[in-house]
Design a protein around this ligand. Structure first.
Ligand SMILES: [Zn+2]
Length: 281
């Protein structure tokens, strides 16, 4: 596992030259080479960038992760499976997600029903992508749903193209960090899985920060001592203490890091790429 993590955290620069888990292999061998754009220097002299993301819209996100992050002054990205919200199994409500957004966190889409987009028709895929975005923007006034997380990290060229029509950026589940080039609709991320010792995760993160990379972390379930609404504790649930340990460690390098929701960093890269090098005062 240590080897796998180090691979995850050191293999970078291009998204096509690295082998990861089965999910990522599938995603990256479908279609042609993924076009990339250069990552500009980070704003305000920051050395590296970090986005913390959460998939599957569970109660632990609403009741544990979001309040902790807010208290620590860290804004994150929560990807919602919109068809699950308000369901008895899921246990979260739109009112709660409005509250998470009001705390400054980004609300992104994890599709309508969490189907594997590579296994459904183009029409069904379009519906998963567009209706989830529309639902989020309808139910959370003022939100700009501009980011997507592919269920199972699964996508191909056609799906990326469809995502690009609706979103600023889309995220995979792949064991990479982002180096000097990026494909905004095939963004890699690292899962701090239960089998990865936190020390190894932190070591890898700091190495990535030293290189000036953008790291995206992907959490799923977050659990605590208390009983939460619904039965959906999420995939690979991690105790909230793991997030506390991460935030404590990040605090040491807070001045060097641009920690922001995925959409904000993606938007910065996209705009920077299209802005003339010499801007008028
Ligand atoms: Zn998911």
């Amino acid at each position: 596992m240590k080897t796998q993590l180090l691979l995850a955290l050191t293999c970078a620069l291009t998204l096509t030259g690295c082998k990861g888990n089965e999910e990522s292999k599938e995603a990256l061998t479908v279609g042609t080479k993924i076009p990339t754009i250069p990552v500009p220097a980070w704003p305000s002299g920051k050395k590296a960038a970090l986005s913390i993301t959460f998939d599957d819209s569970t109660s632990g996100h609403v009741h544990l992760a979001a309040p902790l992050l807010t208290t620590r002054g860290v804004r994150a990205t929560f990807f919602l499976v919109t068809g699950n919200v308000e369901s008895e199994f899921n246990g979260t409500t739109w009112e709660e997600w409005r509250g998470v957004h009001a705390q400054g966190h980004e609300i992104g889409s994890h599709t309508l029903t969490h189907r594997n987009l590579a296994e459904i028709s183009a029409d069904e895929c379009e519906k998963e992508l567009s209706q989830s975005k529309a639902k989020i923007e309808e139910m959370i006034p003022g939100v700009k749903c501009q980011t997507l997380s592919y269920p199972y990290g699964s996508c191909d060229t056609e799906i990326r193209t469809a995502a690009a029509r609706l979103y600023t950026a889309s995220r995979l589940i792949n064991p990479f960090t982002i180096g000097k080039d990026v494909s905004l609709h095939a963004l890699p991320s690292i899962m701090p899985a239960a089998e990865f010792p936190i020390e190894d995760l932190l070591t890898g993160l700091h190495a990535a920060f030293d290189r000036g990379d953008w790291v995206i972390l992907t959490y799923h379930g977050i659990t605590g001592d208390e009983d939460l609404p619904g039965d959906d504790i999420g995939y690979d649930p991690r105790p909230i203490e793991a997030l506390v340990t991460l935030l404590d460690d990040l605090e040491k390098r807070r001045d060097e890091l641009w920690i922001a929701p995925m959409g904000e960093i993606a938007e910065y890269i996209e705009l920077s790429t299209h802005v003339p090098a010499a801007m008028p005062d």
